[in-house]
Write a protein that binds this ligand. Structure first.
Ligand SMILES: NC(=O)c1ccc[n+]([C@@H]2O[C@H](COP(=O)([O-])OP(=O)(O)OC[C@H]3O[C@@H](n4cnc5c(N)ncnc54)[C@H](O)[C@@H]3O)[C@@H](O)[C@H]2O)c1
Length: 315
């Protein structure tokens, strides 16, 4: 074991899978989560591992985290994986402060902590939402970028804050723009919502929007494979990657598959608009040449990732 990693959002969906994978690789891991959206149960396996510790606190309480990490028994932190954010887009639309605090300020706070502790490397979970509604294949250098949600705006601002730290203490940053990521332990998202609705009423499923929204979905372990690979193979001051396969899935497909698995025969009631909610982007196409050039491509198509997740969540 040579490295100590610090993971924010560690009890969340993607964060908890990442913690497991870092531990498997022999890293020591300190996780941070305020358990607002995340769950201790997601870390059931990690919490039994002596190479893992969870700090239950708010990322924005920088002095507390600095204090905990300064003379940690795991030794100095070599890299930070910053995944804490508000992932509840609807809540973010209702409360204007939420994404400022949990999506942007957490990034600012993470950078402050890194500066105080002289941690040189940051991996950041960004999103397709930063691109807004551009109807072109989205390349990492596409611009200007005008997001259509507060969440997207605060992620784009986070990328900017990270870039601004590279001339000083931050030696390397890896910025990954995720598509829709799915898999077990999800705390939110379309499959999670559909299953929750059908548990309440197994006779019908109300779909937000007309079902034609068509986006790429990526299985969580494949996302982590891509991040590990790019983290190893690229070492510019800023390394920015879209991560996605080239196929996509409609909401209609997801609704039909979830119904077939969880409540066969339930009626599917579609809405009228082309989008599920304000700030939703009905379709987007990533250019994935950059991550593919490193030798990564997902094994599962978008539809296969959906099918696998429905099977696993239904267990
Ligand atoms: N799941 C996706 O499809 C997707 C897509 C694009 C980007 N992302 C990004 O990936 C990251 C992980 O997302 P996820 O799907 O696992 O969501 P998640 O909600 O399951 O995980 C986020 C975690 O951060 C924690 N958190 C939030 N604010 C905090 C704060 N102030 N202090 C401490 N902890 C805090 C939450 O409790 C939660 O456990 C997020 O940054 C998200 O924006 C996710």
């Amino acid at each position: 074991v040579t490295r100590t990693a610090y993971v924010t959002g560690a009890a969340g969906f993607i964060g908890s899978h990442l913690v497991d994978r870092l531990l498997e690789r022999g890293c020591r891991v300190v996780g941070m989560d305020n358990l607002k959206l995340g769950r201790r149960a997601n870390l059931e396996k990690a919490l039994r591992d002596p190479a893992f510790e969870l700090i239950e606190a708010d990322v924005n309480d920088v002095p507390a985290a600095v204090e905990r990490l300064r003379r940690h028994r795991f030794g100095p932190v070599g890299e930070v994986w910053h995944l804490a954010a508000n992932s509840d887009i609807a809540a973010g639309a209702a409360d204007p402060e939420l994404d400022l605090r949990d999506t942007f300020q957490t990034t600012h706070s993470t950078l402050r902590l890194m500066e105080r502790l002289s941690i040189p490397a940051l991996v950041f979970a960004s999103t397709s939402a930063i691109y807004g509604e551009l109807d072109v294949p989205l390349k990492e250098d596409t611009g200007p970028l005008f997001p259509v949600s507060r969440y997207g705006a605060m992620k784009l601002a986070s990328e900017a804050a990270i870039a601004a730290a590279t001339p000083t203490f931050l030696r390397h940053a890896w910025i990954f723009r995720f598509p829709n990521v799915i898999g077990p332990r999800a705390t939110h998202g379309v499959i999670f919502d559909f299953l929750a609705k059908l548990r309440k009423d197994p006779t019908e499923l109300e779909v937000l929007g007309n079902g034609a929204q068509d986006k790429p979905y990526l299985y969580v372990q494949e996302l982590i494979d891509a991040m590990f690979l790019a983290r190893e193979k690229s070492s510019d001051p800023i390394n920015c990657f879209n991560v996605s396969g080239d196929s996509s899935t409609t909401v209609k497909y997801i609704a039909e598959r979830v119904v077939a698995s969880a409540a066969p025969g339930a009626r599917i009631l579609y809405g009228t608009g082309d989008r599920g909610w304000i700030g939703d982007v009905p379709r987007f196409r990533y250019s994935t040449d950059k991550i593919r050039a490193l030798g990564w491509r997902p094994k599962l198509s978008s539809n296969e990732a959906i099918d696998r997740t429905i099977r696993e969540l239904g267990r």
